[in-house]
Design a protein around this ligand. Structure first.
Ligand SMILES: C[S@@+](CC[C@H](N)C(=O)[O-])C[C@H]1O[C@@H](n2cnc3c(N)ncnc32)[C@H](O)[C@@H]1O
Length: 305
């Protein structure tokens, strides 16, 4: 399959234009993921992953801060992070493609000597911050399914001279790691892109040791996001297409076996009425606002018993 990816801005929204020989990106699953309302077939999940690889592969190859989940492609209008890692020890500018939506590593209670796994490690930003926390006696593993991202992260690691930070190509739905291998799982704005989130949560549970814990930042929605609003938000802010309801997300984590599941931090991502009104009428918008509809960046903690 040949895939071409281009990002462009038009007015309030930006488009990621993907040309593929197969079905083009055209609906809510553009950016990946399964919503509660839809069931993804293996073929659709495969197509979503191919599109995600193409999009993030292009970003990694360009090395420019991107149109992923972060604010960079949307100017100052949208900020998913709110604060940045810039002042945190271990921050590496070359690894920061502005694709995160929280500061999970800062909140992950990582201790010296821990083995940390970063899911969807991108160019390595969270992994390098984790390396500062685990020290020379610990270990950091990054897993990402986009070869160009893994290559970029490895280049960054080589420049830094870290021997205990490794980046591996692999899929979060089938982690290339043995059971109970890690103490802490982190992830930054990735799980919304994964078609089978329950499978991903089960894999997190499997690779953690008993007593191990995770801290992940991600995008969730509240108030039953109508399809048209979801599409407008995706064009405006990104990483919303595959986001599920917050309550569903937390339930799925508990169903995977985690306890003490809780939101450590949250930030509502403002999508202005005028943007949504390009897609829905005023009544639908008012109903959505009355239901407390929102798109939220959350940082979630949970522990394996
Ligand atoms: C929005 S970027 C975030 C990258 C990084 N965490 C950061 O904050 O800079 C999402 C990353 O997740 C990776 N990814 C998405 N779905 C994945 C999956 N199923 N398995 C492994 N990696 C995945 C993409 O390749 C991409 O590098």
């Amino acid at each position: 399959m040949t895939i071409d990816v281009q990002a462009r801005r038009t007015g309030h929204t930006r488009e990621v234009v993907i040309t593929a020989e197969t079905k083009p990106c055209c609906d809510t699953d553009c950016c990946g993921g399964t919503t509660e309302e839809t069931t993804t077939t293996p073929e659709e999940a495969g197509a979503v992953k191919a599109l995600v690889r193409a999009k993030y592969g292009a970003l990694a190859a360009s090395g420019e801060a991107g149109c992923g989940c972060g604010s960079a492609c949307c100017g100052d209008e949208v900020s998913m992070v709110g604060e940045a890692y810039d002042d945190v020890e271990g921050y590496v500018a070359e690894a920061d493609l502005r694709l995160g939506c929280g500061l999970p590593t800062k909140l992950a209670a990582i201790r010296p000597g821990d083995t940390v796994l970063d899911l969807g490690s991108g160019a390595g930003l969270d992994a390098f911050i984790a390396r500062t926390l685990v020290g020379a006696g610990g270990e950091v593993l990054g897993v990402d399914m986009t070869p160009e991202m893994v290559a970029r992260a490895r280049q960054n690691a080589a420049k830094l001279g870290y021997e205990n930070v490794r980046f591996v190509e692999g899929d979060i739905e089938a982690l290339p790691l043995e059971d109970g291998r890690v103490d802490v799982v982190i992830s930054n704005c990735v799980l919304n892109l994964v078609p089978d989130k329950r499978r991903a949560f089960a894999e997190m549970f499997r690779v953690l040791r008993p007593g191990g814990h995770f801290t992940v930042s991600d995008i969730v929605v509240r108030g039953g996001l109508p399809g048209a609003v979801r599409r407008s938000a995706e064009l405006y802010a990104g990483c919303v297409a595959g986001a599920v309801e917050e309550t569903t997300y937390l339930d799925w984590l508990r169903e995977a076996g985690f306890e003490e599941v809780r939101v450590l931090e949250e930030k509502v991502i403002p999508v202005p009425d005028e943007v949504i009104l390009e897609y829905v009428d005023a009544d639908e918008l008012a109903a959505y606002r009355r239901r407390g509809g929102a798109i939220v960046s959350v940082t979630v903690y949970g522990r394996k018993p």
